[in-house]
Ligand binder design. Structure first.
Ligand SMILES: [Zn+2]
Length: 51
């Protein structure tokens, strides 16, 4: 998933003490974060185990 800011980075799942979120691989240059991947809001997870 490309970062929606157009920075050229990718969104990767990260974890914090408050739970998981998606952050940009260009961090700290790009500080985009999202609770969910853009565009996947109500989508069911297709049997993917999120460890
Ligand atoms: Zn970015």
């Amino acid at each position: 998933m490309k970062c929606p800011t157009g920075c050229g980075g990718e969104l990767v799942q990260r974890r914090s003490t408050r739970g998981s979120f998606f952050g940009c691989t260009k961090y700290p240059k790009c500080t985009f974060t999202s609770k969910k991947l853009p565009g996947t809001e109500e989508k069911e997870k297709e049997g993917e185990a999120v460890a």
